[in-house]
Design a protein. Structure first.
Length: 153
């Protein structure tokens, strides 16, 4: 006996794949579909010491802070406060602006892209079949838009 695992989006393609598998001699008792529960909570933007996801909110802030510091210090030579205070003010404004840009990007724009993309594995399909049927079963799954398959002998 061979076990074939595949992942599908919950759609009519999954139902059609199961129907075609049954027509090709796979008994209902040998087909097992498990719906997955997808993540409902949003990802955390601030990392902890134990969990980091590679998203940095301060990189744009650091770059803009540096740029605004140079501009502030340059302009500060002509102002009464001087280049040091104007450079520090420019650094602060640039850093805060950069962090706000990153927050907006990750909270609004990335969230909309994730919702529009919407391709999540929602169902795992497990099929037990004979070794001779395995290639046919995989072809049927791929034909009905499986996200991925795996064969366990």
């Amino acid at each position: 006996m061979v076990q074939i695992f595949s992942t599908f989006e919950h759609s009519t393609n999954l139902e059609l794949a199961i129907t075609v598998l049954e027509k090709n001699g796979i008994h209902k008792e040998n087909i097992f579909a498990v719906p997955l529960t997808n993540r409902k909570t949003e990802r955390r933007l601030f990392d902890s010491i134990h969990n980091a996801d590679g998203i940095s909110l301060i990189s744009t802030g650091a770059a803009l802070g540096t740029a605004f510091a140079v501009i502030g210090a340059s302009v500060g030579f002509k102002l009464a406060w001087g280049p040091i205070y104007c450079g520090l003010i420019g650094t602060s404004v640039g850093f805060i602006l950069g962090v706000c840009i990153d927050l907006f990007y990750y909270k609004v724009i990335k969230k909309q892209r994730r919702l529009l993309r919407g391709k999540n594995s929602e169902v795992i399909l497990l099929i037990e079949c004979e070794e001779e049927q395995a290639d046919t079963v995989e072809d049927i799954l791929w034909h009905h838009y499986a996200f991925g398959t795996a064969r366990v002998v």
